[in-house]
Design a protein around this ligand. Sequence first.
Ligand code: BG6
Length: 460
Amino acid sequence: MTTDRKMPKSFYWGNSVSSMQTEGAWQADNKGLSVYDIREETDTTSNWHDAIDEFNRYEEDLNLMQKMHMNMYRIQIAWSRIVPDGDGEINEKGFDFYDRLINAMLERDIEPMVCLYHFDMPLALAKKQSGFLSRDTVTAFVKFGKAVIDHFANRVKYWITFNEHNLYFTDEVFQISGYTRAEKSIDHMYTIFHHTMLAHAEITNYVHDNYHELNIGGMLAYTPVYPATEKPEDTFAVRKQSEFIYENINSLFLGKLYSPEVQQYIDDNEIDIDWRTQDNETLSATYPDFLSFSYYRTMVLDAEPIPEYEVPNRYMNHSIEINKFLTHSEWRWNIDPLGFRNVITDLYNRYRIPVFPIENGIGIREHWDGENRIQDDNRIQYHESHIRAMKDAMFIDGAKVLGYLGWGLIDIPSSHADVEKRYGAVYVNRTNHDLKDLKRVPKKSFYWFQSVLSQNGDNL
Ligand code: BG6
């Protein structure tokens, strides 16, 4: 066992975001509309028009990241900024913004990682062809992806295609793929998954064929599940559920085709996934340079099916409970650092390629009184315990880890546009319905990150 737990010099520490949760400027410089831009605000959620206005304040945000000693920032390049209608002409002004942003990162020794899709389907494609239900959307996305990669290959070394790719097998699939038809059928669900899988493979293969120095990987939402009891049915349900995580890795990232279990399900249910002969070649040529994932929590599964569950997929219809052995956040997300170690070690043991946790953090409701520092000790505790667990995976279990990126470390609206669920070490002064001054205010955890990262995490 390595006793000094000294982190590799090349280790990446950083922040991770999506475009619509950060940039704002929803109509600036000819940006097209995405499916997010037309969502209305509600009593408890904002619209997506302003986010934290990083489009205009990126210098200030990067300065804060630099002060925290971060050396990586994972951003997304929004499809609708580069190709306003998803499938037409390139909008050079869209590139101008990301040129400015990425150059400003490099000037501060912050390595960019770029994600190409975070559920924000260009509205025109959602309306015209129901997003990834159509193979034409695969063609359009691959065209966009190649244009972005060609443009930034000299400056961006780390790439991911789809954020949280395994969610395409959950109830969110129809929303996140830009699907607009009312009918939710199993044929459509599997077709969407297959299409996103092809898009991922085509882009990955393009990078490997043309840019040997770049790293491209797939990205999962990794939420491990524990059986609720020792009832064999609960463990059976957990295995079924987990199959979709491994199915994703095997098929998407390692070029293997569908597992026997999933294939059997496709055959038995006569599911038409729009399979074409050439797909085999595309998919089997694919491999990842690293395995990246988001990790926030673990869940507990009970085999009892949820009768009203909307998803036409028998693998996922199980009740979810909180874990009585763990504490949890206000949003009932179990806090489980050991689960984090398990994921890292398990992924590395199975696949022997570097793993990269690129989202981790805890959502907390916080209020700034305009004067005093926010004392977010529970956030510090969360990150400290997870970083320690990651180091256990590295130094006790022998896992190779490329870096650790926290999610939304400058506050951003949560995935449901609730600004009050905050993940940041920096407070952003706005609420769901009042943009206020969007002032950035470091919390106590900012100084904690600053101290830990300045020592490359060696003190934990
Ligand atoms: C990830 C998503 O699943 O989790 C993000 O990639 C999201 O978009 C993050 O914000 C945290 O989830 P939430 O719902 O708390 O914002």
